[in-house]
Each structure stands twice: as structure tokens, then as C-alpha cells.
Design a binder for this molecule. Structure first.
Ligand code: K1U
Ligand code: ZN
Length: 175
């Protein structure tokens, strides 16, 4: 089931999310819904607070649709960055909670991440390229941080004002 994606500003996008104690069927269903929502958007990642659930759960798949490569959907409960490279990479990021706004963000190029998978097993992997950018962007969501928080205050305020306007327009269209 596809779920609505919250649009910034929303207090639920600014909260730190709670760790998951056990991977229950309800959480697996939430992960499946998030994956469906992410692919439909379309996007390459999604974090639980973006659908209003304040739990430490993210999904991602950075395989581009038209490349002929096999999809690689990853579900991560309690993801944590264990180590980050000194080397930095700049990528033009977007966010499904901040539609049509993009900005360069600098982050570590390579990260080691540990998480619990859909079956409750511990996993660890090193990510680089777009995968490294995306997994860091999604983990930031779990700590109430958005990519615009890396920008200068004026640029952040301009984007936030645009989003307030967008939300008002969408609310008017709905009424
Ligand atoms: O967290 C999110 O809102 C999802 C976001 C993830 C992300 C994008 C770019 C850099 C870091 C993290 C998105 O998926 S925005 C949409 C997007 O980037 C995309 C959509 C379709 C095809 C390819 C990319
Ligand atoms: Zn995002």
C-alpha cells in the first residue's frame, strides 16, 4: 500500500526516531509500504518519518530504472554509520519531502554501515558513490535532519517558503 509522503515543514520531519526493538510483521509491512511508495514516487530512498512513522527504518535502491541492471531493494532497521572516509564527495541532492528543490551537499564519499535486515539478521556493508550519499541522506532523516540543513540559512529559508506555499496550494486543491 502506497502511503502519502509528508512535505516539509512538518514537525514529524524534525524529530529523532526511536530504535526498533524487534522486527515484527507490522514493521515488515511498513517497510513493504515504504518500498512501494519510494518506487512509485519515483525515488531512490525513503525514511519512515517521511510517511509519519517515527521509527529507525529506511529503504533504498539506487539502481537507476533504465539501466537494465537488476533492482537492489535494501530494507534497513536501526542503520548506523560505523566509519566514514576522510575523502568527501559533492552530489546534487533532492528529497521527496521537498519536491523539485535540489542543492549540492558535501558528505563522506565512502561509509561503512551496519543495520538489521528484513529477516532480523545483522548486516554490514561499505557503500560508495550514490549509495553512500543516499544512505547518509536517509539516516539523517532518522535524526530529524534534512539536506537543506546543510545549506546557508537564506537558501534554506527560501526553499522552506516555497514549500509552505506548495502545501497551501495543495490544501486548496483538496478542499
Ligand atoms: O529521502 C528522500 O526523500 C528520497 C531522495 C533520496 C536522495 C536523492 C538524492 C540524493 C540523496 C538522497 C530521492 O529519491 S529524491 C528523487 C531522486 O533523487 C530520483 C528520482 C528518480 C530517479 C533518480 C533519482
Ligand atoms: Zn529526503
Amino acid at each position: 500500500m502506497k502511503r502519502p509522503i509528508l512535505i516539509h515543514p512538518d514537525p514529524r520531519l524534525k524529530k529523532a526516531c526511536a530504535p526498533i526493538a524487534d522486527v515484527s510483521d507490522a514493521l515488515r509491512k511498513l517497510a513493504d509500504d515504504m518500498m512501494e511508495t519510494m518506487y512509485a514516487a519515483p525515488g531512490i530512498g525513503l525514511a519512515a518519518p517521511q510517511v509519519g512513522e517515527l521509527s529507525r527504518l529506511i529503504v533504498l535502491d539506487c539502481i537507476k530504472a533504465d539501466t537494465g541492471e537488476e533492482p537492489r531493494p535494501l530494507v534497513m532497521f536501526n542503520p548506523r554509520v560505523l566509519a566514514s572516509s576522510e575523502e568527501r564527495n559533492v552530489y546534487e541532492e533532492g528529497c521527496l519531502s521537498i519536491p523539485d528543490q535540489y542543492a549540492d551537499v558535501e558528505r563522506p564519499s565512502v561509509v561503512d554501515v551496519e543495520w538489521i535486515d528484513r529477516d532480523g539478521n545483522p548486516r554490514q556493508e561499505t557503500f560508495d558513490g550514490l549509495w553512500a550519499t543516499c544512505v547518509q541522506h536517509e539516516i539523517d532523516h532518522l535524526d530529524g535532519k534534512l539536506f537543506i540543513d546543510y545549506l546557508k540559512p537564506l537558501r534554506r529559508q527560501m526553499i522552506t517558503r516555497k514549500m509552505v506555499k506548495l502545501k497551501k496550494e495543495r490544501a486548496r486543491e483538496k478542499a
